[in-house]
Design a protein around this ligand. Structure first.
Ligand code: SAM
Length: 174
């Protein structure tokens, strides 16, 4: 019997290419490494797309990226559940427990002040602690908990790392 796979999308809003390039790149890398399937960024940034695609080619992972999306439209038309990560939201474990795992998931992270509308359009607002910190940390912890502490392994990259307690061991993936 084939298993239904539910998609996890990360939507990054408020991306300012001149200020947020590095942080948004980290949002995308963390999304990929911790089990998301699709990354959407509200401001067009072809450089970021190229770099991300190159990471996926080298290290694997069937993860797509699209920049320049209209966040309001994405939220309005999304058919699954929407989690907005904010320090004001429901405690993360309680938030996750309330989610329906038989639905696709969209996780929204902000950069600067997030419009009120996002809090209202979300299925649930979720906090990772009630202190201000970082979208990168909040996303990593949320995905790690949502995926029950499982971190995906990718077998389709050109290279792979063999865990090595004393150095770096990288092998080709023929
Ligand atoms: N002052 C902004 C606001 O009103 O939303 C917060 C900006 S913060 C630098 C950038 C993003 O990090 C937020 O939009 C949120 O997604 C995430 N974030 C920061 N602290 C968080 C926390 N404690 N829990 C969940 N997400 C958090």
């Amino acid at each position: 019997m084939s298993q239904v796979v539910f998609m996890i999308t990360v939507l990054r809003i408020g991306h300012r290419p001149e200020r947020d390039k590095r942080i948004t790149t980290h949002v995308a890398l963390v999304a990929r490494a911790f089990g998301a399937n699709r990354i959407l960024v509200d401001t067009r940034d072809p450089d970021m797309e190229r770099n991300f695609i190159s990471t996926c080619e080298r290290w694997g992972g069937d993860v797509s990226i699209k920049t320049g999306v209209k966040w309001r439209e994405e939220l309005k038309t999304f058919k699954g559940q929407i989690v907005h990560l904010t320090m004001y939201g429901e405690e993360v474990s309680k938030g996750i427990a309330s989610l329906d795992r038989a639905k696709d998931l969209m996780i929204v992270v902000g950069a600067e002040k997030v419009p009120r509308e996002v809090y209202e359009m979300a299925t649930i607002n979720v906090s990772v602690g009630n202190q201000p910190h970082s979208e990168v940390a909040a996303l990593a912890i949320f995905l790690y908990k949502y995926n029950e502490c499982q971190i995906p392994e990718f077998s389709d990259g050109k290279m792979k790392i063999m865990p090595d307690p004393r150095g770096k061991t990288v092998v080709g993936n023929e």
